[in-house]
Design a binder for this molecule. Sequence first.
Ligand code: NDP
Length: 271
Amino acid sequence: MPQSLPTLCGSIMGSPFSLSAKIHNAAYAALGLDYTFVCFGIEDPVAGVAAIRTLGVRGMNVSMPYKTVVMEHLDAIDESALVIGAVNTINNVDGVLTGYNTDYLGAVRALQEVCELNKQRIAVIGAGGAARAVVYGCLQAAARVTVFNRSSERGKVLSSDLGAHWGGGVETFAAQDFDIVINATSVGFKQPDSNPLDGLLASHLIVMDVAFMPVRTALLLQAAELGCRTVSGTRMLVHQACRQIELYTGMEAPIDIMEQAMLEEIQRLNL
Ligand code: NDP
């Protein structure tokens, strides 16, 4: 396998975004590793995968909009990524590229910091890539999952693919039927005033938002005001990055240092 110095890791996505580089480089520095993480905004994801092989890139994150298209160009796909239908992490071990999905693990680890998931009644709002990962993770943890989504076609497909219940449009969500509600839509991301569950919450709920910018979204602010326990998208983000660090380095991830780097960068980006 080709070698690069320092050991190179990175991220491929439609337009470059600094957050992963800050999180990963903070982790490598804390672990005393001669690794560098670079963010590549690219137009050709197939050539991007070929470049991993050519340059000997040790680990490559994959972000929007390439999480599905890269899959057929890898040597192996982890079972969870196969079921979810999206790869956000390419692990290069001795030239063999294996695709993983760490988003689902990030969501589950973040939720499990607050509660057990076994038999919990969880409502997931959304039916895109993030929702698929969240639903998969919650089902793996033996929760009872109901999906709500704006487009019923997409929501029904997700529900039947993964074995969740289909609930209907978000307006049909009734707080008393659930223990946990998770916003896995793109509503609220970089939209500090948008709350997809405005007026639909109740104080007994644990409320999670996958949107991670701003850190306290309108949904989480309203939930906290009501007295709900909350789980932020940043906690999911840092946990999924920890799994990437484990895969790329074989070492335990320094989560506190990574979280600090993430929060500083979000603040620098002014959201
Ligand atoms: P997709 O584009 O695949 O899916 C978007 C989802 O949002 C769909 O369910 C869509 O509904 C819904 N949606 C979009 N606009 C509206 C609206 N105005 N009203 C109601 N529903 C709407 O996006 P992803 O699933 O890839 O990403 C979703 C979010 O998850 C993003 O903000 C992303 O940043 C975040 N994310 C967070 C992670 C973390 O670690 N915290 C990890 C990965 C993603 P419809 O089907 O009807 O179009």
